[in-house]
Design a binder for this molecule. Structure first.
Ligand code: THU
Length: 130
């Protein structure tokens, strides 16, 4: 298994997921510009739309700790396809990102693809537009 610390943190977060409806656990781990780590997992709900994504949980933990700047975010899920952040999570990441914030999309074996937030969400709307 890939031993990058952020990958390992995201993988451990995935193991804590509550995903009885999709049976698709996801974990996320953030490294901030200060070098600190925050993790999250998806938390589903019997009222399906109320479920939250792993990225949202990691961002909430980061904000709770008083931090605002995502340098790297790792997202881990199973299956053969890329577990690319959903549209809503791209915008959530955008709020706390710079153009060179990197999104590391991982499978259980390690990193599969690294994209900048700008590549995932070009021409995006952010705090500086207000
Ligand atoms: N999910 C995430 O947590 N993050 C992603 O990037 C993709 C999807 C979750 C939401 C839902 O609980 C499950 O995966 C299936 O969509």
């Amino acid at each position: 298994m890939n031993q990058e610390p952020l990958f390992t943190l995201a993988y451990k977060a995935m193991q804590q997921a509550y995903s009885p409806y999709s049976n698709f656990p996801v974990g996320a781990a953030i490294q901030t510009d200060r070098g600190n780590f925050y993790t999250g997992c998806n938390v589903e709900n019997a009222a399906y739309p109320e479920g939250t994504c792993a990225e949202a949980g990691a961002i909430a933990a980061m904000v709770l700790a008083g931090e605002r700047n995502i340098k790297d975010i790792y997202v881990v899920g199973k299956g053969e396809h890329l577990v690319s952040p959903c549209g809503g999570c791209r915008q959530r990441i955008r709020e706390f990102s710079s153009a060179d914030t990197r999104v590391h999309i991982c499978g259980p074996e390690g990193v599969r693809k690294i994209l900048t937030l700008h590549e995932l969400l070009p021409f995006s709307f952010g705090p500086e537009h207000l």
